[in-house]
Write a protein that binds this ligand. Sequence first.
Ligand code: FAD
Ligand code: NAP
Length: 336
Amino acid sequence: MILNNVSLRPFNTFGIDVMAKALTQVTTEDELREVLEHNRKTTDDLLILGGGSNILFTRNMNGLVLVNQLGGISIVREDTDSVTIRAGAGVVWHELVMHCVVLGWGGIENLSLIPGRVGAAPMQNIGAYGVELREVFTELEALHIYSGELRRFTNEDCQFGYRESVFKRNLHGQYIIISVTITLSKHPKLNISYGAIGEELEKMGVGRPALADVSRAVINIRKSKLPDPAVLGNAGSFFKNPTVSKDLADHIRQSHPDLPSYPANGGMKLAAGWLIEKCGWKGKVVGNTGSHRNQALVLVNYGHATGAEIFQLSEDIMHSVQDTFGVELEREVNVY
Ligand code: FAD
Ligand code: NAP
């Protein structure tokens, strides 16, 4: 069923109140094909939406908004060491993580509590606490929006990078991801090297952590640090952590010896939240929006912000980080 003139406020975690000219929610591949067929003439304006947790709307959407709710989790292959599972694009990501943790399948426990749906996970190669989707990714199925052709993408085809994939770049807006297949271990090697996890496990009194303990630790840290979009509109980290040359990192460290930095891609990855905080933005309220008091990297909607206001705030932050540190920030959130 296609609804006309629908507010998108409940469909994005920033809670931005823009209108969609038309909106439909699809739960099966047949429905999806039918909708695409009917709307072929207007597919230029088509927007695919999962949980709306990585989107900033700055305008009304004048075409069709298609909310992808294709469900289902199934086993593709299994042996004594590993299991390969396929999940529909509309499966809630955290529910998939919980499903796997309960069954003792390891690999995505560090990605617990990331909002959104499975279909969007490859878009930016979701990552957290030292783990990225690409480490467990096997393949995905996607429909070409214009031809309807089904294509399988391997790990290599997706050209995953840091919060990046081919779907955010060369193939942007061309495919609808309908399923994602991942391979998990039945004898998982836990990744607790990311500082905060070890500290949280200690706080929890867990000496020899199991899969579920790592997941619980990640959930605890996230709940303590990040604003809940149901209470305070946000889309997680608004910017990516920038990678700069070692020379620039050394230069900044001369005036700021406490600069957090990590080797990455031949350069140094800096914490964008730290840079933003040092420019005085952390906790600052600007009209209806601002940078969150616990995590400067998260921009928030205090209730009635427009997408344009949040976008302007992001511009101001980017200019100030550029002027202060000579570092160019890049938005992670998808702006429409
Ligand atoms: P949406 O916001 O609905 O869509 C994002 C983009 O993908 C849009 O361009 C959309 O058109 C496109 N898209 C969505 N589904 C499909 C599909 N099936 N086919 C083709 N295109 C599609 N991200 C991380 O990587 N790590 C984190 O730790 C993390 N933490 C977060 C914490 C909070 C509190 C919040 C609010 C967000 C966080 N995010 C994080 C960002 C976000 O949750 C993820 O990027 C998530 O994968 C987005 O999923 P979604 O379904 O909400 O995507
Ligand atoms: P944090 O622990 O305060 O660390 C700040 C930044 O430093 C992180 O973003 C991380 O980069 C980097 N970092 C910290 N320890 C590192 C290590 N041992 N090796 C390499 N890099 C390290 O970060 P946080 O804000 O609380 O977030 C925790 C994790 O959740 C991070 O992985 C973050 O990316 C993820 N997260 C993502 C979003 C989102 O919307 N994308 C929102 C919330 C949290 P990385 O980002 O590369 O890990």
